[in-house]
Design a protein around this ligand. Structure first.
Ligand code: ZN
Length: 102
């Protein structure tokens, strides 16, 4: 099956939680994109490599579902779920993003 575009329907979103010692600490939580949008999350990253992603919102009811794609081709080339990684035939190993979102 040919893969023309990346389309991920799950991502990690940055959330905050109360620390036991007081104050807040950020953490990343996996969510479907559609839910993240409903929850008004604003910070996203790839759940597999932690790299930056671009968000494509669904514009019409019958349009393509909201999804994300890697922003960087270099992430897509080595991310476990990356389109270019999956297409690669050189037996390369996947790795985390070189420029992870923190
Ligand atoms: Zn990735």
């Amino acid at each position: 099956m040919a893969i023309d575009r990346e389309k991920f329907y799950e991502c990690e979103v940055k959330r905050r939680r109360v620390k036991a010692t007081g104050g807040y600490e950020p953490f990343w939580k996996i969510k479907p994109i559609a839910v993240a949008l409903e929850d008004n999350d604003t910070e996203f990253r790839c759940k597999d490599c932690g790299g930056p992603v671009k968000l494509y919102k669904r514009r019409t009811e019958d349009g393509a579902a909201s999804h994300i794609e890697h922003k960087l081709k270099s992430d897509s080339e080595y991310c476990l779920a990356g389109m270019h990684f999956l297409k690669a035939t050189d037996g390369r190993q996947s790795r985390m993003s070189q420029t992870p979102v923190r």
